[in-house]
Design a protein around this ligand. Structure first.
Ligand code: C2O
Ligand code: CU
Ligand code: CU
Length: 490
């Protein structure tokens, strides 16, 4: 591989800049490893959480102002994009049945908009409408009405202005949404962990992606938890913590381990399991979330993301030499006198299962990547069923209140995580094998040269929305389609 990676470029370019003082801060322009802990200027600090906004009496009215700001990320003062001055933006805590109003004041110099990822709300009008564009300097008032039976769990928000989604998310625009449990699950404490990745230039700006990185899906050199490098968490033996984890990375898959501690997984995305699943390892594709209970015992444990092979050009971005790397995300220290014992993890409602349901339509989505097509040749194409995104075209028309089965086929050598807005997907078959358990997700990984079968109930909300690859560079390149769920009275 003759291509020079960004890391090499940064190290070479960094020689002249290392130690240069900018605004009183000395930037270490070269980085020996990714989040490797020791030697990282930003590592080892106490874990911080985003600001929190909570609904009261069925309402949460929030203002989100995306803007370029000076923020502290990975322990450095940098110029990044942020909602309300923080990276991540504030955590929004709501309940089923609530109305969430968000006034989006676009303080950026480019158009933006807002998407509430995973929420089961209307895609129309001033709901979760992907066809709204909010010009620089403009304000748009969104209103999301959560159904009374909205699933509890971890969701998130981020911009969705086609063509600049990856840049805006990479730049720092993301935040968590928690839909609270109707019946609380006892925990010693709760933590929100928004995981993102980012690359800085030597002078503390956010690095732009190269054409090659866009093709693979850019991976940042630094992997952050709530904007921090390898922060430190403290707990007492026997405690049970609730971790709400969001993979807000543009393209990076997280293969999470917490060796020596007990992880009980309540849900991926909105898909709450009937009983918590004991896990050694949890894989989150970009956009996925984990709702997790961690029962701790004495000692020090490191939350790590292990190397993940997401296809031919994917691995190359991680290590710069074709060798993907493991990343330390956070360090948990458990010591002191035993915490209070908690009651058993309660069982959850039996999840819905569409496997025995009559399917009214079947269709196939084919994910493909290639070179060529473009004027100068050498242009990347990223398509679904041979087409790139066109907001004025409807690619998939489904009947409201019907159940469909979709075969997701990937003919490329990279994984593509498919995300469908509004309506969650039940995974019924993976790699030709039936899935034995009930698995509901809103981002479903379609492996390189592989396939997955899902079922979707198009109910509660009609209207136009989108599905796309959640490698946001691919989405911006056109790997997105428009879906219209039309009501029977039309
Ligand atoms: Cu999280 Cu359409 O995206
Ligand atoms: Cu989404
Ligand atoms: Cu993709």
């Amino acid at each position: 591989m003759a291509l020079m990676t960004r890391r090499n470029a940064l190290i070479l370019g960094g020689i002249g800049v290392a130690g240069m003082a900018i605004g009183g801060t000395v930037f270490a322009a070269t980085r020996p490893g990714v989040g490797s802990g020791s030697g990282d200027p930003g590592g080892g600090q106490d874990f911080l959480e985003p600001a929190e906004l909570r609904s009261t009496n069925g309402r949460l009215a929030a203002t989100l102002t995306p803007a370029r700001q000076q923020v502290t990320l990975a322990g450095r003062d940098v110029s990044a994009l942020s909602y309300n001055g923080g990276v991540p933006g504030p955590t929004l805590r709501v309940r089923a049945g609530d109305t969430l109003s968000v006034s989006l004041r676009n303080g950026l110099t480019d158009p933006s908009n807002l998407h509430v990822h995973g929420l089961h709300v209307s895609p129309e009008n001033n709901g979760d409408n992907m066809f709204v564009s909010v010009a620089a300097g403009d304000t748009f008032d969104y209103e999301y009405v959560l159904p009374a039976n909205h699933p509890p769990g971890v969701y998130w928000y981020h911009p969705h202005a086609h063509g600049s989604v990856a840049d805006q998310v990479f730049g720092g625009l993301y935040g968590a949404i928690i839909v609270e449990d109707p019946v609380p699950i006892a925990a010693s404490r709760e933590r929100v962990l928004v995981i993102s990745d980012i690359t800085f230039t030597g002078v503390g700006d956010i690095a732009a992606a190269t054409a090659h990185e866009i093709m693979s899906g850019r991976e940042g050199e630094l992997v952050l938890v709530n904007g921090q490098l390898n922060p430190t968490l403290a707990a007492r033996p026997g405690e049970r913590e609730r971790w709400r984890i969001v993979n807000a990375c543009v393209s990076r898959y997280l293969r999470l381990r917490l060796d020596g501690q007990r992880m009980s997984l309540l849900a991926i995305d909105s898909g709450r399991f009937e009983s918590a699943q004991e896990m050694e390892e949890i894989v989150l594709a970009p956009g996925n979330r984990a709702d997790l209970l961690v029962t701790v015992s004495a000692g020090t444990a490191v939350l790590r993301s292990l190397a993940f092979d997401r296809g031919a050009s994917g691995g190359m971005m991680g290590g710069g030499s074709g060798t993907p790397v493991d990343v330390d995300l956070a360090t948990l220290t458990v010591a002191g006198k035993a915490g209070e014992a908690l009651e058993q993890i309660p069982t959850q409602p039996v999840p819905r299962d569409l496997r025995a349901t009559t399917v009214s339509a079947r269709r196939e989505l084919v994910f493909a990547m290639g070179m060529g097509g473009g004027m100068g040749g050498g242009m990347m194409s990223a398509t679904i069923n041979g087409r790139v995104f066109d907001a004025s075209r409807i690619d998939t028309t489904v009947q409201f209140d019907s159940v469909e089965e979709w075969l997701l086929t990937n003919t490329s050598t990279l994984d593509h995580p498919l995300h469908l807005h509004v309506w969650p997907m039940q995974i019924v078959e993976e790699g030709g094998q039936p899935v034995r358990t009930v698995k509901w997700q809103d981002v479903v990984n379609v492996p390189a040269n592989g396939s997955v079968r899902v079922r979707v109930a198009f109910e509660d909300f009609s209207g136009r929305s989108v599905y796309h690859c959640h490698i946001l560079d691919h989405e911006d390149s056109g790997m997105m389609g428009v879906i219209d769920a039309y009501p029977p009275w039309v």
